[in-house]
Design a protein around this ligand. Structure first.
Ligand code: HMG
Length: 377
């Protein structure tokens, strides 16, 4: 069977962040609750000119730079914070990347699981169409109400992945483990900009679905894993996942949450930011190592799967760019964050010079149409 998997991968996040120590002070909490209790240190905050589309575009530009985009015959966009009830987010990326008109384009939704659903849809497409490739983008702005417990677990970011035969980075194992069952742990009714969540129930579901999908994965594979990356709504949840599987925190690989700890939740992209974190920050050569991945999407669907790292995978990771994405961000105060929070989804965006974005920015709404422009810093 032909090897199919990740040929390129990259991520983006917004240019602004808040510090969780300052956030704690503003919410009458102690720093340790967030730094240790949730294991979160910083949180990316999207300015009003940044949204799911602009974040996705920055990640997609990174993977398609110097890449032959003529090879891309499928584009799938995974998100749970899309910008239109009808039109796909993917078609904007298709336009701004100048992909060919014979490329198939659509969105996929199932909370944070949608990124993994997109990866396996792309996998099936590449298997059915030898020689063809697919671009998957996962992008989200995680938003809960101000002064709610969920507020500490926001964030934003996107991951772009090219799926192909003979991949340069990792081969995907198609024998996975699944658990699906309806639940009301987290949802966002039509018309609302903030998610509603039952925090305690969501954590329980995350762990019980982990157990069930891991058992199904092992039934199908019976395989030892060298490392595991978890969907990371906040870093302590990944640690709890590790403890649920192994009974203790020994060997929990903190490299797998290095970027998540500084970005926060990115819903569909979070698991793949964890994978990028592991690959970029682990000193050991991971060639031929097997990495398990746990994908969970509230509502709820989970899938546990694995990839085998290719020899030479490091040559295809732009680690300098990954570090720059995090280190070049601008620190903002809690007051500035609250102002930005209130102007989310405003039709008329002000102060664009101050609130800069990535490669593309949202300018506002004209005649009910969202307007974007390419942006050079
Ligand atoms: P909370 O009520 O603010 O916090 O909500 P808490 O009181 O539960 O404390 C959090 C942790 O901090 C606890 O650790 C405390 O002990 C500890 P734990 O006992 O759980 O290990 N703590 C301290 N530690 C050290 N020093 C201190 C201190 N004080 C307390 N002084 C909650 C936390 C996560 C529930 C909330 O932020 C929330 O509702 N977040 C959103 C929901 C969420 O992220 N759920 C995760 C699972 S569901 C999922 O992953 C799917 C999702 O990504 C969406 C999708 O699929 O689309 C969310």
């Amino acid at each position: 069977m032909q090897d199919i998997g990740i040929n390129r991968i990259s991520f983006s996040t917004s240019r602004y962040f808040i510090d969780m120590a300052e956030f704690a002070l503003s919410r009458n909490q102690v720093k340790a609750k967030y730094y240790d209790g949730l294991m979160q240190e910083k949180m990316s905050i999207p300015p009003p000119c940044e949204d799911t589309i602009t974040l996705a575009f920055s990640a997609a530009v990174n993977v398609t730079d110097k890449y032959d985009i003529e090879k891309i015959d499928l584009l799938i966009f995974a998100t749970e914070s899309g910008i239109d009830e009808s039109k796909s987010c993917a078609i904007y990326i298709h336009k701004f990347l100048n992909l060919k008109s014979t490329c198939k384009v659509f969105d996929i939704k199932q909370a944070c699981y949608a990124g993994t659903a997109a990866i396996f849809t792309a996998y099936a497409f590449v298997r059915a169409n030898p020689g063809r490739q697919a671009l998957v983008v996962m992008s989200d702005v995680a938003r809960y109400g101000l002064h709610t417990p969920g507020e500490a677990t926001q964030g934003c970011g996107a991951v772009a992945v090219i799926i192909s035969e003979n991949p340069s980075i990792a081969v995907i194992n198609p024998k996975t483990g699944i658990h699906s069952e309806e639940s009301m742990d987290f949802w966002r009714p039509v018309g609302r900009n903030e998610a509603i969540v039952n925090g305690a129930m969501s954590a329980k579901k995350y762990l019980s679905f982990l157990k069930r999908s891991y058992e199904d994965f092992q039934k199908n594979n019976g395989m030892e894993l060298d490392h595991i990356c978890f969907h990371t709504p906040f870093c302590k949840m990944a640690l709890k996942g590790h403890i649920a599987l192994y009974g203790n925190r020994d060997n929990f690989n903190v490299n797998s949450i290095a970027y998540n700890r500084l970005i926060g939740n990115c819903y569909t992209a979070s698991l793949y930011i964890s994978l990028i974190s592991l690959l970029s920050n682990t000193k050991e050569d991971l060639s031929r190592r097997i990495i398990g991945l746990y994908s969970y999407g509230s509502g709820s669907v989970s899938e546990f799967f694995s990839v085998r790292m290719q020899a030479g995978y490091m040559d295809f990771l732009n680690i300098d760019l990954f570090k720059k994405n995090i280190e070049d961000r601008i620190h903002i105060s809690i007051k500035e964050y609250e102002n930005i929070y209130d102007s989310y989804c405003l039709d008329d965006i002000k102060n664009l010079d101050y609130l800069t974005s990535g490669e593309l920015r949202f300018l506002g709404v004209s005649d009910d149409m969202r307007v974007y422009e390419k942006y050079k810093r």
